[in-house]
Design a protein around this ligand. Structure first.
Ligand code: FES
Length: 160
């Protein structure tokens, strides 16, 4: 991330717009990412404008990183005046565009915002952030040690 982009993200995260719950929202969506543990909720309110139902206002809350806060802040501004279909067609990249291109390790933060918006407007449009993991009989059965990972198995209860 360039210095300008870092500043833009920091600035947007320091003074986020549209932060907080919205009373009387028409739609609410909440998503979480299993890879980083962050969560984001978005509230959306519509209004009629020139015979079209458009987004009047959107707000958000998050247990998320600085980038997620910054993207949610600019995204909730960008979607004002758009129809549900127009907002649904926007990617995380488009929703974060006022901040400049995000580095690869921060792209999922914009995806979190995109998914929260989709969750509010059309829950069926949300793609799972990570494929479901098939359950094994125990957690230890599912862990495949590699590299420097060292696993210490505890003695079975009653065998100590
Ligand atoms: Fe999880 Fe940014 S690190 S949303």
């Amino acid at each position: 991330m360039s210095d300008d982009q870092t500043k833009a993200v920091e600035e947007a995260a320091k003074n986020p717009k549209n932060l907080g719950e919205m009373e009387g929202a028409d739609a609410v969506g909440t998503v979480g990412r299993s890879d980083c543990g962050d969560m984001l909720r978005m509230w959306v309110k519509f209004k009629e404008e020139n015979g079209r139902k458009v987004i009047d206002r959107a707000t958000f809350q998050t247990f998320g990183c600085q980038t997620a806060i910054a993207v949610a802040s600019v995204a909730t501004e960008m979607i004002r005046g758009k129809t549900s279909a127009e907002a649904l067609s926007m990617s995380g990249e488009q929703l974060s565009s006022p901040l400049g291109p995000l580095p690869p390790m921060k792209i999922h933060c914009a995806q979190l915002v995109e998914d929260a918006l989709k969750s509010a407007l059309d829950p069926a449009a949300v793609k799972p952030a990570a494929p479901a993991i098939a359950s094994g009989p125990t957690l230890a059965d599912q862990i495949t040690p590699s590299g420097k990972v060292k696993i210490n198995l505890l003695p079975k209860s009653g065998s100590a």
